[in-house]
Design a protein around this ligand. Structure first.
Ligand code: AMP
Length: 207
């Protein structure tokens, strides 16, 4: 099963992706984490993206798509993936479809963490104070949020039209959000497995 965990910055995507990983063994692919690791390692890529990230802007589609492709190739045995912070543009979403279908996979669900911008601003002030992440400063965060609304939110209709989108209340506490996501995924698993049954078994509810 391949899932996208979707939402604005600081909505709790990373936290929830880690919980899903722990429960279901899916591999978390966070482009933000990959880019931060590149910076820490001092690689050319890290140097190239540092300023862009600190400003709160998006790095190029080409860079993040290449990172995802590399991970898909390096983890061929994974039971599935959780994409966290990717895709963030329509171009990236189209590239993900291509990358997955060339490996006989597809996006099975997109889970949107619905949150309020004002609550996010409050959350981020705390995270900035606690962790000191440069791009959490108020100016960069505002740019990240604007980029989300302009470039990433248009992906919602893209996935809704394909009936892949489920929404959960991202403002609830961590455990409640995790339980809502688990509900969505459990239903999905039932549907996916029953679709593989012969039609007469499906009609009579036999498994
Ligand atoms: P995140 O931790 O997901 O909020 O990502 C931190 C920063 O990394 C973002 O503000 C962007 O500068 C960059 N980044 C992460 N993922 C992407 C992506 N899919 N597309 C473009 N830039 C990204």
């Amino acid at each position: 099963m391949n899932i996208i965990i979707f939402g604005p910055p600081a909505a709790g995507k990373g936290t929830q992706a880690k919980l899903i990983t722990a429960e279901r063994g899916l591999l978390q692919l966070s482009t933000g984490d990959m880019l931060r690791a590149a910076r820490t390692s001092g690689s050319e890529l890290g140097k190239k993206v540092a300023g862009i990230m600190d400003r709160g802007d998006l790095v190029s589609d080409e860079i993040v798509i290449a990172l995802i492709e590399e991970q898909l190739d390096n983890n061929k045995d994974a039971p599935g993936f959780i994409f966290d912070g990717f895709p963030r543009t329509v171009e990236q979403a189209k590239a993900l479809d291509k990358s997955l279908s060339s490996r006989d996979m597809s996006v099975d669900a997109v889970i949107r963490l619905a949150v309020d911008d004002k609550v996010l601003m409050g959350r981020i002030k705390k995270r900035f104070a606690d962790e000191g992440r440069k791009d959490d400063n108020p100016k960069s965060f505002k740019i990240r949020l604007d980029n989300y609304n302009k470039q990433t939110a248009p992906l919602l209709p893209f996935y809704e039209n394909r009936r892949l989108l489920s929404e959960v209340d991202g403002l609830a506490d961590i455990e409640t959000v995790a339980a809502s996501i688990a509900d969505v995924l459990n239903k999905l698993e039932v549907n996916v497995s029953s679709e593989t049954l012969p039609f007469w078994k499906r009609i009579f509810g036999l498994s």
